[in-house]
Design a binder for this molecule. Structure first.
Ligand SMILES: O=C(O)c1ccccc1N[C@@H]1O[C@H](COP(=O)(O)O)[C@@H](O)[C@H]1O
Length: 201
């Protein structure tokens, strides 16, 4: 079954959309002011408390202080962690010790970028073009990929079916492609979820 994560939720309206559409995971960019999607750690619970408990909340962090992540995991504000910066294997193991599964994101620019992803101690790996950039990367680089992966980077209702058919990812992660004018778009989210569920029939 191909799973789908909708990332970059930041408003109460986005939570209501997620509760209606039911992606497999809901992602939140935490404490990363360079992104317009960033949510303050102290405010995150006001969103995740309202999320349907059947949808795990994934905190997305970029080179974050582990103490901040630990507090959000131990208070059950988030149920999974996505590390989207330059986190080392040691940092991944530290975060795993807090008790939540860890997804490690890797930016793929060449075949050489695949080996660190394959060797990663993370519970799951995510292959991306950047950090919520809305850009795809060269999918032909994944021909030799022999570890299950989450595909991210520039996915949208127009290229999702092709991506799934070509690459058979374990899951897909969509942020920019599920927005219109930087606001989460319920129709696009519904379309993406329907395409995923159709591809796995
Ligand atoms: O979305 C962001 O602003 C972001 C900021 C910092 C790290 C990761 C971020 N998003 C992640 O980027 C990928 C792909 O996003 P897109 O679909 O290309 O916009 C996804 O994993 C998001 O979690």
């Amino acid at each position: 079954m191909i799973r789908i994560k909708i990332c970059g939720l930041r408003r109460l309206e986005d939570i209501a959309i997620a509760n209606r559409c039911h992606p497999n995971y809901a992602g939140f960019i935490v404490d990363f002011p360079k992104s317009f999607r960033s949510v303050e750690p102290a405010a995150l619970h006001t969103l995740t408390d309202r999320l349907d408990p059947a949808i795990p909340a994934v905190g997305v962090f970029v080179d974050e202080d582990p103490a901040v992540i630990e507090q959000l995991v131990r208070t059950n504000t988030i149920q999974m962690v996505q590390l989207h910066g330059h986190e080392t294997p040691a940092m991944i193991r530290t975060v795993q010790s807090f008790g939540a599964p860890v997804i490690k994101a890797f930016v793929i620019r060449s075949e050489a970028d695949l080996q660190p992803a394959i060797d990663s101690p993370a519970d799951a790996i995510l292959l991306d073009a950047g950090q919520g950039s809305g850009r795809t990367f060269d999918w032909s680089l994944l021909k030799q990929m022999d570890r299950p992966f989450i595909l991210a980077g520039g996915l949208n209702p127009d290229n999702l079916s092709e991506a799934i058919q070509t690459l058979r990812p374990a899951a897909v992660d969509i942020s920019s492609g599920a927005e219109t004018n930087q606001i989460k778009d319920e129709q696009k989210i519904k379309q993406c979820i329907a395409l995923c569920r159709k591809e796995q029939l």
